[in-house]
Design a protein around this ligand. Structure first.
Ligand SMILES: Cc1cc2nc3c(=O)[nH]c(=O)nc-3n(C[C@H](O)[C@H](O)[C@H](O)COP(=O)(O)OP(=O)(O)OC[C@H]3O[C@@H](n4cnc5c(N)ncnc54)[C@H](O)[C@@H]3O)c2cc1C
Length: 485
């Protein structure tokens, strides 16, 4: 068996889990100014905690709407260190779940949310162009496939909803042969091609938004973890070496928000892992998805892939590490056992690439929420402290929408964004720990066993079917939220 010189592991296995391909690339070319840690007391109109997509989009939206506003971002490490710099680069809308959106919120609001999420994807490309950064935005669509009869409805439902609600042009059904022609993989029975999605290099997007925010007049302090939040009409974000006193605070800390008392049961933190091949441009050349079409499946813990402009296949899978008390732990980022499973899945999807070495394996935590959609709210009774979390593994596109909602809330606007169905706090609560932890482990494992059985043509057992229903976190149909005006 050939061995990788870089890792010493079998060339076909996952390499050592850790270094993030995207961050390596982005930081090698990053020539943005330093953003020194916060020092002393600073006064701001809005203080944003967290320098990922959510925080940076919020900052940009605020300055675009109110150019004189004093906006300060306080980032614990460096902008893009979190999920924003390490994700699969799938910038997708919610047309892939339009059927579930209308079931939950009604036709009008469901379609409005899907349209807004699609506009958010387009905004990535527009913002990159306007601010002159390259995040390798490639709007070539996304291919969501069904790899078992139980996944067919996940593909058929959104297609029917798109057609019924006048969005038929966004979605095209494809059969298994077409999936194979597009991607080279014979894994699928069929699928749904959504034309409004785009591939991005996620860390270049995060660093590009950082540069754009700085240019727009936002102050950013990196290396400044918030240690304490003082609540009040003027709130204070306190770090080791300073404090920002602000009329409005936006918590954009993603999975780390699960440590905040009010949000502890609103999301559960779960790892997802990815692997990347070495560049193989000549091997992917025959397959049209090489130009930036996203390729994944309709599993609950999805597989997701893209081909980079250099011709690497980057391939990931959800359903990794779960932690006690919803802590963010090192295993969310570096999880060799799960990386090895992801590598094996990659080999199963692309047996013809069995000889191709994998050069990178990495991961990160995801904030799964009941209902699988992000939500925005105020912290307890504090109407001047806002949060936006719960992306459930789909935040690259939607964070531009959530950033707009958060900015409008901080500006006290009353409009369709601040009144939309995502506003009003968590749509459901998870059981308290240790029940949540034990339950999440059991459900995750049962769902994965069930989905593997189904893909092998065997019916999932009762436990698996029950676990899938539980993991679906289905919420009561419409009426929970006010529709926008
Ligand atoms: C491996 C992986 C693959 C994914 N793939 C996809 C995909 O292909 N498509 C998709 O749509 N979504 C994907 N996601 C999800 C998506 O990346 C996230 O939903 C999105 O990046 C969330 O952005 P954010 O700004 O809210 O969070 P983050 O990017 O995590 O930013 C939060 C920031 O807050 C900072 N912070 C935390 N605590 C503090 C504190 N106390 N003080 C100051 N700062 C603090 C962190 O350092 C971090 O920079 C993936 C996620 C992962 C982990």
């Amino acid at each position: 068996m050939p061995f990788s010189r870089r890792t010493g592991r079998a060339a076909t296995a996952a390499p050592r889990s850790g270094p993030v391909l995207w961050l390596e690339e982005a930081m090698a070319s990053d020539d943005g100014p330093a953003c020194p840690p916060l020092a002393g007391t600073v006064r701001a109109d809005v203080c944003i905690v967290g320098g990922g997509y959510t925080g940076l989009w919020t900052a940009l939206e605020l300055r675009a709407d109110a150019p004189d506003l004093r906006v300060v971002v306080v980032e614990g490490q460096a902008c893009g260190f979190g999920a924003s710099g390490r994700n699969g680069g799938w910038a997708t809308s919610w047309y892939d779940e339009l059927d579930r959106l209308v079931e939950r919120f009604g036709d009008e609001q469901g379609r409005w949310l899907a349209d807004q999420s699609s506009a958010a994807v387009a905004r990535i490309g527009e913002t990159a162009e306007e601010h002159g950064f390259d995040c390798r935005f490639r709007p070539q669509g996304s291919l969501w496939t069904s790899n078992a009869p139980s996944q067919d409805a996940v593909v058929a439902g959104p297609l029917a909803a798109c057609r019924r609600l006048g969005r038929g042009e966004v979605a095209t059904a494809v059969d298994g042969a077409e999936v194979e022609r597009l991607t080279g993989s014979a894994i699928a029975r069929g699928g749904l091609l959504l034309h409004d999605s785009a591939a991005v290099q996620p860390a270049l997007l995060a660093r590009g938004l950082r540069a754009a925010a700085l240019r727009a007049g936002v102050t950013i302090h990196e290396g400044s973890p918030m240690l304490r939040l003082e609540r009040g009409p003027v709130a204070a974000v306190v770090t080791a070496s300073g404090r920002v006193e602000a009329d409005q605070v936006v918590l954009a800390t993603n999975v780390w928000a699960a440590r905040v008392r009010e949000l502890r049961r609103a999301v559960f933190v779960v790892g997802t892992q990815m692997v990347a091949t070495e560049p193989i441009p000549e091997r992917v050349a025959p397959w049209p998805w090489r130009d930036g079409m996203l390729f994944g499946d309709a599993r609950m813990f999805v597989h997701y892939a893209q081909v980079t402009p250099e011709g690497r296949i980057v391939f990931g899978r959800g359903g990794g590490a779960i932690s006690a008390a919803n802590r963010v732990i090192p295993k969310h980022f570096t999880d060799q056992a799960t990386a090895d499973v992801v590598a094996a899945d990659f080999r199963r999807w692309f047996p013809q690439l069995a000889d191709v070495p994998l050069t990178h394996a990495w991961g990160g935590p995801v904030d799964r929420a009941p209902g699988h959609l992000p939500f925005v709210g105020a912290l307890g009774d504090h109407e001047n402290i806002h949060y936006g979390i719960g992306y459930s593994g789909n935040g690259v596109g939607p964070s531009a929408l959530i950033g707009r909602i958060l900015a409008r809330r901080a500006l006290r606007r009353d409009d369709p964004y601040t009144r939309c169905a995502l506003v009003g706090g968590p749509p459901g609560l998870l059981p308290p720990d240790p029940l949540r932890f034990a339950g999440a482990l059991a459900v995750r494992d049962a769902v994965q066993r069930a989905e593997s059985r189904e893909e092998r043509g065997t019916r999932a057992d009762l436990l698996g079917r029950t676990a899938k229903r539980l993991a679906g976190f289905s919420l009561p149909a419409r009426g929970r939220r006010r529709p926008p005006a």
